[in-house]
Write a new protein. Structure first.
Lengths: 489, 888
């Protein structure tokens, strides 16, 4: 009856239990669109078992676990919020972190009433960096308001969107920023225990983070009576076992609880009934790293950055097809074209055919829309999304049928199986394009069935996995309609 | 109230319901596969989507709360198209053959409604077929992934058998064995089968015999929980039993016995003709001959030896009406108070103790209170096996946050869920309860307010209990003093606290006093007279509460009224005298028979030879009887060895009447099939016999309805319970008038004996059954999930495949010490007798203690049990026998 014991049925959900990703080649989306750069590496990736989708090395894609080159890291905002230390070099140790003013934000926060910190977050206008873009201040306020002796803060480090490697480098190169952000969050909302849910594909990040936690405990930034105040807080790292949907916050909480990581129905929201049924604040890594700056400089200062409805900065990660792949911290409001051309320097492999921002669960952006400003609402308006901030460009080497097949193979493989449209619909679409790839085309009537299934996926999926896949399919139909139609005859 | 517009019409609904609830209330049907009203809404199949104005995407009706002002459309072209697409995705995986064969399945109905039966392109996968279970056919090729099987096993049965493996379209549902359902931890309750909308899980009986053509709602013939069920019949045969969805006790759930063990009804060896034994051989005869012969013999004995030389035993399996007639037959047709029933060997101590202390010899509360209790104390009851539906509800209550205290020498299933498990040595309940009382008093945990207004003799009790320190109890019961304190604090402070007890409390030489010492705890803590509290005996048989309550009791008449208190009323209704002589109970009937004073015995539905303790004594008694009349469905051991006449009785599936469950609820028994062969309902046989004895004027009934209406005249607390009310739902007595709603909680304001109930000062008198060099083990007997009492019914079903025989359960340490291994045949011997049975190594029993069941007539364990009985009511001490064990 103990539901937390080791259970093979639950482990069977995951595909990386006990696997060493260090020797695996990646078949994430950035590797897929760059497959012509190293065909052998790509062949290796697609023939190995289990599959690995995105090791967070998109800047040298197609990549493998043993590639250890660092990406270019640049700050292009008036104030560096997240990448300051990383751009200057690695700040892994507590000493180097503190030399740059690390943990001062926590110390000053501990001297203020918790509600003031919540207020700063509200003033900042910060929206979650994990994909949904929900107001961080509102989330904090909800957890703060809950009357419960037990609350939790969870750092969502399950950066699964292929193409994103932002959180990976925050953890690997600046781990104390995450720890400090969590401690500030915990103090503000009244939690005493934190978890970082870290994806299995980031083994180096795990080692760094665990070392940093030990350091932080040693110096009294974690543990009982943090910095000799009455505030107790500690952090535990939970490592995923290979599952994309665990990045969704309720699936993630189930995974920490050793339950089958299906999405929970909402309400109740995690802010009232989250981990182990207690009020829980789940924030993404980049969000928590931004918290440190906001706690130090104030919410108003933060809200002066960025655009009207998308405040502050965002780190974007560019894939290997760009001339200058890497991590760029930008202010919201610059155009997509600016990212592609000014920062990325355009593609080195050929003409750009489209852009996939924030992973495959959102719409493709065709070149004719590159003048769209980079912001939550602006991208949403064209069916795209900020998502995690991964920016994957693809060139004319990639036919639409292959792209659809790749995305739906990924989508079907990662579907949890709880709801009918996603469990069967994503596979149905993958199979349709498999037929196209095998035979050059498929029957005309399959097109209307495809549209029906995409519609069901869009309208009836239980969570964003299915509806996001549908968004992708619809944008392909919208912007690459002619090429798509040529698959059916 | 919420005002909501649905499909153009505006309606009002209560708050706090889902959209789907609202739709169902006004009979708007939307398809659902994963919805089941017994379960937490899941929202996985997505078929119940509806359009809500102002919301972009459709919402699932099952898990969206209805809100004021909602404008809902349920069948727009777009919504219907989406449903069709989802169903087609499912159809593509689904084998076509099943759809036409089982058209009534929910999923098949939807395929038909959306005209996509032709889209079924799936194939049967042999890998997904599992035919090993005796009752449940598993074919996961037909799974539609609604997960209802998984969820009902978790949320209702609490067994967690079905598991979800893998993810996405590779998701598969498997039993926890990883292999077959039969090898899993499944308890065969069938809930998953009932929940399955496609037939991936199906009753084998339906596959073999076809779908039922008629359903009849009735009450389960097994334990005293009183589950209601629907009996499915085809061509005069029972082909399936399903739980009644609206039943208050079982709420759409049954256990393996009620759900599957019905084939005894059509067993090949069922006796369907009256028989008379001549020169040792049974001869089938006509009813006329059997009745005339028996009446003649009874009259001969009456004339020669008087009415008190005859005894009558009622049946806990028969209806209230039939038990009423049984005692009336004894008192009016024979003229004796020698009438008893099997309550004598189970809860007579409970009835006596509770009647004495509280004024009513029945459960104070209801199963409805399980979910209202903050602490549940279970003592001497292996609830999950013997009252599985109650056990499942207790498990769910625990999983939902209630506290659980288990008092049982064995590590029973509930003990694994318990906050505190106390394991007293068998026969040491009284020191344990006295010590719990001592802690409550000593630590000031008693309910002062309740004590002042409702409890008498507190000061005397305080003084008495002072000496019963947990340390003193520890020395006697072997339970650590700190655990006793922990249990006492939990029960006394996390209130309300509700007690359930079973035969582990009563089948002792101090059985009645054990119950009294438990009642003391409820009085001290005020855990009585309130929802979620009380003292609640779990009655063993479907109508054991009813059979004693109807008057199959030597010293009490119908309604558990002492003879002298009821005499005038009964004589005026009966127009016949109530006998004045003191009646014999079952145990004294056996003594009288052995002493030659009891000449004839009429046993209805009761295998006394197999089930009485100390079978050698029963044998001597029954050998001495001149006339042994057996009324049963089968040639039971009493009939086989001693029977003179055999009257074939109808089962409860074949007649009408009422049962009374353990929580005082009277429920209808309805006829689903005709009596098999020439068998007749017990009441008809009794009336025939009475008429043949010239007492027809007192037994002039044409239906159970007539009998029930007479019962309502003599039993005030039941007079408001009419058949027409029972047709709607069962009623709990007291229910003194037709406008009375029945009583869920007794003693709310006062006790029938007055405002206050007195605490009892119970000294511990150890049983003389104690271990010795010759008999180094203490044997406890009891039942198991798959078999029921004498095995008369369950042993004639496929339950035998799930548990074939009685076993002697022994701890691994003892087995190793004796060099015995599991399955080996051993001889278990006591001062009273010996038997041979296979051993089963079990970590549930403590070293030095043994446990065995008594279902199997070929084992006949009661040759080993003792002659000791309870000091008040004589119930045998089944729970403690000193024995030795050797290789057979």
């Amino acid at each position: 009856m103990n539901r937390e014991e080791h259970r093979s049925d639950i482990e069977s959900f995951y595909h990386l239990s006990g696997e060493d990703v260090g020797r695996k080649a990646c078949q994430g989306m950035a590797c897929f669109v760059a497959r012509h750069l190293k065909p052998e590496r790509w062949n290796e990736a697609t023939s190995q078992c289990p599959k690995v989708y995105c090791l967070g090395k998109c800047y040298i894609a197609p990549s493998a676990g043993f590639d250890d080159e660092r990406p270019r890291v640049e700050v292009h905002s008036r104030s560096p919020i997240v990448l300051e230390r990383i751009a200057k070099g690695v700040a892994r140790s507590l000493d180097s972190y503190r030399r740059g003013g690390g943990y001062e934000a926590l110390e000053s926060a501990l001297a203020r009433p918790p509600e003031e910190i919540v207020r700063e977050l509200e003033l900042s206008g910060l929206r979650g960096r994990g994909g949904a873009g929900f107001s961080t201040g509102k989330k904090w306020r909800s957890v703060f308001t809950e009357r419960s002796a037990e609350k939790y803060v969870v750092g969502n480090a399950d950066e699964g969107d292929p193409g994103a490697y932002i959180d990976r480098f925050i953890i690997e190169d600046d781990p104390h920023a995450l720890i400090e952000g969590m401690a500030i969050a915990a103090y503000a909302v009244g939690a005493r225990k934190g978890y970082v849910y870290l994806r299995a594909e980031y083994p180096d990040a795990r080692a760094v983070l665990e070392e940093a936690i030990i350091e932080a405990r040693r110096e009294g930034f974690l543990g009982e009576r943090v910095r000799r105040t009455d505030f107790d807080f500690d952090v535990e790292v939970v490592v995923g076992q290979g599952s994309y949907v665990c990045g969704e916050e309720t699936a993630l909480l189930n995974s920490i609880e050793a339950r089958r990581p299906e999405v929970r129905a909402r309400p109740p929201y995690p802010t009232s009934e989250g981990l182990f049924g207690k009020p829980t604040l789940v924030n993404n890594v980049e969000t928590l790293a931004s918290v440190v700056w906001i706690a130090r400089k104030g919410g108003v200062a933060y809200s002066a950055l960025g655009s009207a409805t998308s405040k502050g900065t965002k780190v974007v990660s560019l894939n290997s097809l760009f001339h200058r792949p890497g991590l760029y911290e930008i202010e919201f409001g610059v155009t997509v074209r600016h990212i592609v051309e000014e920062l990325g320097g355009g593609l080195k492999s050929g003409r750009i055919k489209g852009l996939i921002i924030g992973g495959p669960l959102a719409g493709v952006i065709p070149p004719e829309l590159f003048d769209t400003p980079f912001g939550f609402d602006e991208l949403h308006a064209i069916g795209a999304s900020v998502g995690h901030g991964g920016v994957v460009a693809f060139d004319e080497y990639t036919p639409i049928a292959e792209l659809m097949h790749h995305v739906f193979e990924f989508g079907a493989w990662e579907s949890c199986g709880e709801c009918t449209p996603c469990r069967l619909g994503s596979r149905y679409i993958e199979q349709t394009f498999r037929k196209v790839l095998e035979n050059g085309r498929t029957a005309l009537k399959d097109r209307s069935e495809l549209d029906e299934v995409v519609k069901a996926l869009a309208m009836t999926s239980l969570c964003g996995h299915g509806s996001g896949l549908a968004e992708f399919a619809r944008s392909v139909s919208r912007y690459y309609g002619k090429e798509l139609q040529s698959c059916f005859a | 109230m919420l005002r909501v517009t649905i499909n153009g019409g505006t309606r009002e609904f209560d708050e706090g319901i889902s959209i789907l609830d609202a739709l169902r209330q006004i009979s708007v049907e939307v398809p659902t596969l994963c919805y089941d009203k017994r379960l937490t809404p899941y929202g996985g199949c997505r078929l119940c989507i509806v359009h809500v104005a102002g919301v972009v995407r459709p919402v699932t009706a099952c898990n969206t709360e209805l809100a004021d002002g909602m404008v809902i459309e349920t069948h727009t072209a777009e919504i219907e198209e989406l449903r069709r697409t989802l169903l087609r995705l499912l159809a593509r995986q689904y084998p076509a053959a099943a759809v036409s064969r089982f058209p009534e399945k929910e999923f098949h109905r939807y395929l038909r409604n959306y005209a996509i039966e032709g889209d079924c392109l799936g194939a049967q996968d042999a890998e997904l077929l599992d035919e090993a279970h005796p009752y449940i056919h598993v074919d996961m090729s037909r799974c539609v992934y609604c997960y209802r099987c998984v969820r009902i096993c978790d949320e209702v049965q609490g067994q967690f058998v079905w598991q979800v493996w893998n993810r996405g379209d590779q998701t598969r549902i498997k039993p926890d064995s990883g292999t077959t359902l039969r090898e899993s931890s499944c308890v065969s309750c069938g809930a998953c089968v009932d929940a399955c909308p496609s037939g991936a899980l199906e009753d084998k009986s339906i596959l073999a015999r076809g779908l039922p053509t008629a359903w009849t709602k009735t009450t389960c013939p097994y334990c005293g929980t009183g589950c209601e069920m629907e009996v499915g019949v085809r061509e005069g045969r029972i082909v399936s039993v399903k739980p009644a969805m609206d039943a208050p006790v079982n709420r759409g759930h049954l256990c393996v016995k009620g759900r599957y063990a019905f084939d005894f009804v059509q067993a090949a060896d069922r006796i369907t003709e009256p028989m008379i034994r001549e020169a040792g051989h049974w001869r089938p005869v006509s009813w006329e001959e059997a009745i005339a012969f028996t009446a003649g013999e009874l009259k001969r004995i009456l004339d020669r030896s008087g009415p008190d030389s005859i005894g009558v035993l009622g049946s806990a399996r028969a209806t209230n009406e039939e038990n009423y007639l049984t005692q009336k037959f004894a008192r009016v047709a024979i003229g004796t108070n020698n009438v008893d029933c099997c309550a004598r060997v189970c809860h007579a101590p409970t009835a006596a103790a509770m009647k004495l202390m509280l004024g009513t010899g029945a459960a104070t509360n209801s199963f409805h209170d399980i979910e209202r209790a903050r602490t549940i104390l279970v003592c001497g009851s292996n609830t999950t096996e013997n009252h599985p539906i109650v056990g499942a509800r207790i498990k769910q209550a625990k999983l939902a946050g209630a506290n659980l205290i288990v008092i049982d020498p064995r590590r029973i299933e509930l003990s694994h869920y318990a906050d505190v498990h106390l394991q007293p040595h068998p026969g040491t309940n009284i020191p344990l309860f006295n010590a719990i009382a001592q802690v409550i008093v000593e630590e000031g945990l008693l309910d002062q307010g309740f004590a002042v207004g409702r409890v008498a003799e507190l000061d005397e009790f305080r003084q008495f209990v002072e000496q019963w320190t947990p340390e003193r109890a520890e020395a006697l019961c072997g339970v650590r003093a700190d655990l006793i304190r922990e249990a006492a604090r939990l029960y006394a402070t996390a209130k309300p606290g509700m007690c359930f007890h079973g035969l582990g409390m009563t089948e002792h030489t101090q059985g009645t006093e054990s119950v009294m010492s438990l009642v003391n705890l409820a009085l001290l803590t005020g855990n009585i007279g309130k929802p979620g509290s009380g003292i609640n005996p779990l009655r063993g048989q479907n109508n054991v509460q009813g059979s004693a309550h109807m008057g199959c009791e030597p010293s009490n008449l119908t309604g558990f009224v002492a003879i002298e208190d009821g005499r005038s009323l009964f004589e005026s209704v009966w127009h016949a005298p109530v006998p004045g002589s003191k009646g014999l109970n079952l145990m004294s009937m056996m003594d009288a028979a052995e002493g030659g004073r009891l000449k004839a015995l009429f046993a209805i539905g009761y295998d006394i030879f197999l089930t009485n303790a100390n079978a050698n004594a029963t044998r001597r008694a029954l050998t001495s009887v001149e006339l042994m009349v057996v009324q049963d469905m089968f040639m039971n051991e009493t009939a086989r060895e001693f029977g003179t006449v055999f009257f074939p009785a109808a089962s409860s599936f074949e007649k009408r009447g009422t049962f009374m469950n353990a929580e005082r609820r009277v429920q209808m028994v309805r006829r689903a099939i005709d009596p098999v062969g020439q068998s007749k309902p017990d009441w008809e046989i009794i009336c025939m016999l009475a008429r043949a004895m010239g007492k027809g004027e007192f037994f002039d009934y044409t239906s159970p309805d007539d009998i029930w209406n007479e019962i309502r005249k003599v039993w005030k607390a039941g007079s408001g319970i009419s058949y027409s009310r029972l047709e709607d739902a069962g009623l709990q007595w007291p229910c003194p008038s037709e406008d009375h709603p029945g009583t869920q909680v007794l003693h709310s304001e006062a006790f029938p004996i007055g405002k206050k109930a007195a605490l009892r000062r119970i000294d511990y008198k150890p049983t003389t059954e104690a271990i010795s060099e010759e008999f180094p083990f203490l044997l406890t007997t009891g039942r198991t999930l798959y078999q029921f009492n004498a095995g008369t019914m369950t042993m004639r079903t496929e339950n035998v495949a799930l548990r074939s025989t009685d076993t002697l359960d022994m701890s691994p340490q003892d087995a190793e010490h004796l060099g015995l291994s599991g399955g080996e045949m051993v001889r278990v011997r006591s001062h009273w007798g010996e038997r041979v049975l296979p051993i089963r190594i079990s970590t549930a029993v403590t070293t030095g203690e043994l446990f065995a069941t008594f279902h199997d007539q070929s084992v006949f364990l009661n040759y080993v049990t003792s002659a000791h009985g309870d000091g008040y009511v004589g119930s045998p001490e089944y729970k403690v026998t000193a024995v030795c064990v050797e290789q057979a």
